[in-house]
Design a binder for this molecule. Structure first.
Ligand SMILES: Nc1nc2c([nH]c(=O)n2[C@H]2C[C@H](O)[C@@H](COP(=O)(O)OP(=O)(O)OP(=O)(O)O)O2)c(=O)[nH]1
Ligand SMILES: [Mg+2]
Length: 136
């Protein structure tokens, strides 16, 4: 089966909230809430890809040293196998906006379960809860 490599970020703000973005209508998994990021293109390093995706999708500038490896998702979808490393990032320049019309939500970790996410993302929720606590 085809292996798809997706680089994604848990952006964490000063209050310990995590950014989720809604997948736009018309795309696969539309309406579900995900970590911003996208497919690594041929010849691209994953970190480079993530910095590009965060600029394209959110209009923010992230420096590579501000990305720390956190965890990964591995999930078998019907038509491909997803492998998605997740970096945590607490520092960036600019204010995140949905540059592709997508809705954004800053979510305290204890409320992540209120946002329907792709099945691949499910195991990442406890990782964030462990690291950040449920939040107030
Ligand atoms: N960015 C991101 N993608 C995720 C997450 N969970 C998850 O299963 N995915 C899947 C959805 C897509 O198949 C792929 C993301 O790649 P992408 O964001 O560049 O894909 P895309 O919108 O162009 O998707 P597609 O419609 O072409 O499949 O990984 C997540 O938390 N963040
Ligand atoms: Mg994307």
């Amino acid at each position: 089966m085809k292996l798809i490599l997706v680089a994604a970020a848990a952006l964490v703000d000063a209050d310990g909230r995590v950014l989720l973005t809604e997948r736009p209508a018309g795309k696969s998994l539309a309406g579900l809430w995900e970590f911003p990021g996208g497919k690594v293109e041929p010849g691209e390093r994953p970190e480079e890809c993530l910095i590009r995706e965060l600029a394209e999708e959110l209009g923010i500038t992230v420096k590579e040293p501000c990305l720390a490896p956190l965890s990964f998702a591995s999930h078998t979808y019907e038509t491909f196998q997803l492998l998605m490393p997740l970096w945590i990032c607490r520092r960036w320049e600019g204010q995140a906006q949905g540059r592709e019309g997508q809705r954004l939500a800053w979510v305290k970790p204890g409320a992540l379960r209120d946002y329907p996410m792709p099945p691949a993302d499910e195991p990442l929720i406890p990782v964030l809860l462990d690291l950040l606590g449920p939040g107030r």
